[in-house]
Structure formats: structure tokens, C-alpha cells
Design a protein around this ligand. Structure first.
Ligand code: SF4
Length: 570
């Protein structure tokens, strides 16, 4: 809910799980020298059985470009790591920015799970630290093939294309096995032979085999063509279709959410809010089977911890969510602490609030985006103000102490009257549930690839709108928490960037990681690519070629445009 950001190699999860993101500036840490075999790994309780590697196993390093605490909390990272560790034809070692397992002297494959855009800084630093050229084109036969997957790369790989030999697009289930299998078949070949073979695997993108063409040096992308005959013109994102979803494969007190056992309850979201990457990029909506999968998984998790987290873009959208809730409400789970990622506002019932409050939750998180009914219609958010007021009343009646809303400014077609409607809604909320603590986390609309709003730019007045909320809401006693506007600008640059933006990222990293560094990088590269404003603020003409046109998402650009145009008359 309310999540316009990333999805993952196992969609959306990392963005939901990557909790310790205090501020975007703090994330870009320089990797340290790692101690080997540190006690962190000894504290892990594994929920799978690793296979002993065969003598000729492929030496592979699987990295998370952030600290161990952040990486090991990512369900996507956990699951892919366990898939690799479960294969005897692979010898996998984990690498984080602050520690690692003993690494092979000459890995053949080096993988990154990328769930946050600015972690590219850590990817480049880790490559440097291990003596691997940053640009894929400069790597030699003795360098490992560098592959990446995750929500950021799946949505729009182009700004990062120069850094990776191979990019996995879509769900990790099935895809990681396809990668290893295809690699094994050409293991003895040259680097070029390996890349050409991997490019034939559905869901695998080899950027160096595609050539972007521009209308002019500083103009938009015109087309992206395969460089060689026999390389597919389009790469289709891989979609896993099964009745199981991801569950934790490791529980540890050193995770950012300590000792939590995570279950992915749903993948994607059927609501299809027009800006929402978590919904559009990961379609179709899938729900994990309750009896055969989720309940046995909870039982397994409770053997090693009493902390359970339910994940999903909108957990309560699961068609049998009530059944799962009743199961978790049993008296025998009295000691269990239960956390929910985010729920649909209309599904906050007194029963849900009671169960959460009895299971240790103090508050609930829901996304309303705006207090304006008109704006919610534009974004296709099927939610009314009476439902929002009822959710607050139910949360209070069920014994919760607070409710956190996600909101957004800069939605296309937003007016001052819409902002005032949000303030008026909070005034009403205070009356309906006076004992609740209200928080409003407020982001700026950022266009995301593969969504109907991908053609709209970031509202240059968004910062002023945030200030308006700040002025109006804080006196009402609302805990107002705006996201950094600079971060939204950089997010937009990356989410709509083409391959030339890779040069900006490389330079900005050298200048420091503030918005000023990106502006400075654009200045240095003037005449070599369009200005920052083109990527971030301008509304692109529907029908114009997009930098990610060679990547097939769940819906065609024509369908996305149709959804966008349906939004407009509203
Ligand atoms: S599509 Fe679903 S997850 Fe996305 S904002 Fe709408 S309700 Fe939330």
C-alpha cells in the first residue's frame, strides 16, 4: 500500500523489509575490510539444509550492497541465498559491506541483490575493493561475471547497465536456477560465448549486447537494438506462478528486525493505483495458499522464534486473510509478536486491530495517498473518506495506540483544494479517534517505469506543498514526517534514466552523494546527455520511445497509456 518504490528479485519485499533506512544520505557507506567468519554467522538459525558443494562447484559470491543487518533482513536476499546454498554445483559465499564469509580466491560469478537505488554506490565500492573493473566492458576473462537482480534493476536496469554483465529481470524463483543451469552449459567457454548464451535465457538481460540509439546526443532514446543477430529484441520479465511465496530461510538476532520470521502473504496488488510500482511491476496478483503453505510455515518459524512478520504490498488483500488471522489469534500464540507490513485502509476491522494489539503491535500502517476524494479517483485508489474515518475508529476501539498514514504530494492534477482536503480529513480524524496518535509519512510522487504515470515528471512545487502540510498539520498534533525532496529527485532520475545516466552515477559518487553532486555531474557532462530536468521534471509525450522499451513488463505501453487516459477525465 502506498508504495511507489521498488520491487525485488522477489518483488517488493526488500523495500518493505529494508527498515533501517534512517536517511538516504546515511546509506551510502564505504565498505569496510571484513573480518572473516565473524560471530554474526554463528548466531543464525537456518530453516533449510545447505548442500555440500561438489569438488567442481562454481565458486560464486552472493552480495548484498549494504550491511549484514540490512541484507539479512531482506527476504529476497535470504531466499536466493538459500536456493544457491541448496545446490551442490555451486559453492556460495555471502558478502555484505561490513562482513563476509570466507570468499573464494577467484569467483566465477558475483551476484548482487539490489533493492534500493542508492546502494549502487556500495556496489561500485565492493567491486573496487575486490579489484573488479566497474565497467562491464573493461572486465577480462579472469574477472567474474557480475550479475544483479532485484526490484530496482527489474523496473529500469538502464542507469546501471554498464556495471553489470548480466541482469535478472523479475521473480527469483526459477530464474536463478535457469542462470546457473545455462552458465554450467557454457562454463568452459569465453566470456563473450557465456554472455551470448545467457542472453538466450528468458528473463536474463545482457546489457552489453544491446545498443541504445538517441535522436541526437542530448536527445531522448529513439530505440534500443540487439548488437548481434540471434539476440532477442525484447527481454520478458520472468514471472513465477506457483501457490507458494517466500518465507524466511534464516532467523537471527542480528537482523535489523531481530529474530523475525517473515512470510510473504501476497505478491503484487490487485488495486492497481496508477503510480504504484509494487502493483504494476509484479502483476499478476498472487496469494500464498493458507492451509498447505502459510500455516505450516508459521509453525516452522515458531520453532525458532516468537516474532512473525507478514509481508506483501497489501497483506489484507489475501482472499482468506480472515482465516489466517483467526489462526494467529489462537490462545496458544499468546507470546507471539505479530507485525504486518501495510494493510488496505478499508480492511482495518476491530477484529484485526484487537488481534494486532494482543500480539504486541501498537499501531497500524495504511496508505491513503491523499485526503482528497477527487485525487484518489485520479490515481484509482478505491477508498472513501468515511472508510478512512472508520479505520481510525476501529483501530482505537481494537486497542491500538496509533495509526500511521502514507500520503503523497505532487500527484498529477493536484490542486491547492486537494491539499486543503487532506488537512480537513485530519481534523475529522482527530475528532473521530481522539485517543489515537496520528502520523503522516509524506513522499513526493516519483514516476516509475511500467506504471501508467511513467510519463509524468516530478512536481517542482512539491517541496512547497510539503511545507504547507507541515504548517497546517503540526499544530493539529499530527506527527508529520516528510521524505526528503532531494531523494525524490534522485529517485526519479534513476527510475526514468537511460544508459547515459550511468556516467552521472559514476561521477556523482566521486563528488559525494548529495543532490548537489548529481547537479555537478550533469554540469560536467553537459552536451553529452539531456539535462537533469528532462529526466526528473518534464512530462514525456505518450507514445515517445522509452529507455526501457526493450524490457517487457506485465502490461504493454498501450495498456498503461489507456490506464493513464482513463485517469485523466476524472
Ligand atoms: S496498488 Fe495496492 S499496494 Fe499499490 S498503492 Fe494501491 S493499494 Fe497500495
Amino acid at each position: 500500500m502506498g508504495y511507489q518504490g521498488s520491487a525485488s528479485i522477489l518483488p517488493f519485499l526488500q523495500a518493505k523489509t529494508q527498515k533501517p533506512r534512517l536517511s538516504w544520505e546515511r546509506q551510502a557507506q564505504k565498505p569496510k575490510q571484513h573480518p572473516l567468519a565473524p560471530s554474526e554467522f554463528e548466531l543464525e538459525r537456518l530453516l533449510f539444509t545447505p548442500a555440500p558443494p561438489a569438488a567442481d562447484a562454481v565458486p560464486l559470491v552472493y552480495a548484498f550492497p549494504n550491511t549484514y543487518a540490512v541484507g539479512i533482513t531482506s527476504l529476497g536476499y535470504q531466499v536466493i541465498w538459500s536456493m544457491l546454498a541448496g545446490r551442490s554445483d555451486v559453492a556460495v559465499a555471502r558478502l555484505f559491506t561490513d562482513l563476509s564469509e570466507p570468499l573464494p580466491p577467484q569467483p566465477e560469478l558475483l551476484g548482487f541483490s539490489v533493492s534500493w537505488e542508492l546502494d549502487y554506490v556500495n556496489i561500485l565500492a565492493l567491486l573496487e575493493q575486490h579489484g573488479i573493473p566497474l565497467q562491464a566492458q573493461e572486465r577480462s576473462e579472469s574477472d567474474p561475471l557480475v550479475f544483479g537482480g532485484g526490484p530496482v534493476l527489474t523496473a529500469n536496469p538502464e542507469p546501471f547497465a554498464d556495471f553489470f554483465d548480466v541482469i535478472l529481470l523479475g521473480d527469483g524463483e526459477g530464474l536463478i536456477d535457469a542462470l546457473i543451469q545455462a552458465y554450467q552449459a557454457v562454463r568452459g567457454g569465453s566470456r563473450a560465448q557465456k554472455l551470448q548464451a545467457l542472453a538466450q535465457v528468458p528473463g536474463i538481460y545482457v546489457p552489453s549486447l544491446y545498443e541504445p540509439c538517441y535522436s541526437e546526443v542530448t536527445g531522448p532514446v529513439e530505440k534500443i537494438l540487439p548488437r548481434l543477430e540471434g539476440i532477442p529484441a525484447k527481454i520478458r520479465k520472468h514471472t513465477f506462478r506457483g501457490n507458494t511465496l517466500s518465507v524466511s530461510t534464516v532467523v537471527t538476532p542480528k537482523a535489523a528486525w531481530e529474530n523475525i520470521y517473515l512470510l510473504e502473504v501476497v505478491r503484487s496488488c490487485p488495486e492497481m493505483c496508477r503510480f504504484c510500482l509494487a502493483s504494476y511491476l509484479t502483476l499478476p496478483f498472487r496469494a500464498a495458499e493458507i492451509e498447505g503453505h502459510l500455516i505450516p510455515a508459521v509453525e516452522r518459524g515458531l520453532q525458532v522464534t516468537n516474532r512473525i512478520g507478514l509481508l506483501g504490498a497489501s497483506v489484507t488483500q489475501h482472499p482468506q486473510f480472515e482465516q489466517l488471522l483467526d489462526y494467529l489469534a489462537q490462545d496458544r500464540f499468546e507470546q507471539v509478536r505479530l507485525s504486518l507490513a501495510s494493510v488496505r485502509t478499508g480492511t482495518v476491522t476491530p477484529h484485526l486491530a484487537q488481534v494486532l494489539s494482543r500480539r504486541g503491535s501498537k499501531s497500524i500502517t495504511v496508505a491513503i495517498e491523499s485526503g482528497s476524494e477527487r485525487l484518489r479517483q485520479i490515481i484509482n485508489k478505491k477508498l472513501t473518506n468515511p472508510e478512512i474515518l472508520a479505520a481510525a475508529a476501529h483501530a482505537q476501539a481494537g486497542g491500538l495506540q496509533g495509526i500511521k498514514f502514507y500520503g503523497m504530494v505532487g500527484i498529477p492534477a493536484e490542486t491547492q483544494a486537494d491539499l486543503e482536503a487532506t488537512v480537513a480529513l485530519f481534523q475529522e480524524l482527530k475528532q473521530v479517534a481522539p485517543r489515537l496518535r496520528f502520523t503522516l509519512g509524506c513522499s513526493t510522487f516519483v514516476p516509475k517505469a511500467h506504471t501508467p504515470f511513467q510519463w509524468y515528471g516530478v512536481d517542482a512545487k512539491a517541496e512547497k506543498k510539503v511545507q504547507f502540510f507541515q504548517k497546517q498539520l503540526r499544530p493539529l498534533g499530527i506527527d508529520f514526517r516528510p521524505e526528503s525532496y532531494s531523494w525524490s529527485v534522485i529517485q526519479a532520475l534513476i527510475s526514468r534514466g537511460d544508459r547515459r545516466v550511468g556516467r552521472v552515477l559514476t561521477l556523482a559518487r566521486q563528488f559525494g552523494e548529495s543532490l548537489g553532486s548529481y547537479r555537478r555531474a550533469f554540469k560536467e557532462l553537459k552536451g553529452q546527455l539531456p539535462p537533469l530536468e528532462y529526466y526528473v521534471h518534464s512530462n514525456w509525450r505518450p507514445g515517445d520511445p522509452l529507455p526501457w522499451d526493450h524490457i517487457e513488463g506485465p502490461l504493454t505501453p498501450e495498456r498503461l497509456l489507456q490506464h493513464q487516459q482513463e485517469a485523466l477525465p476524472a
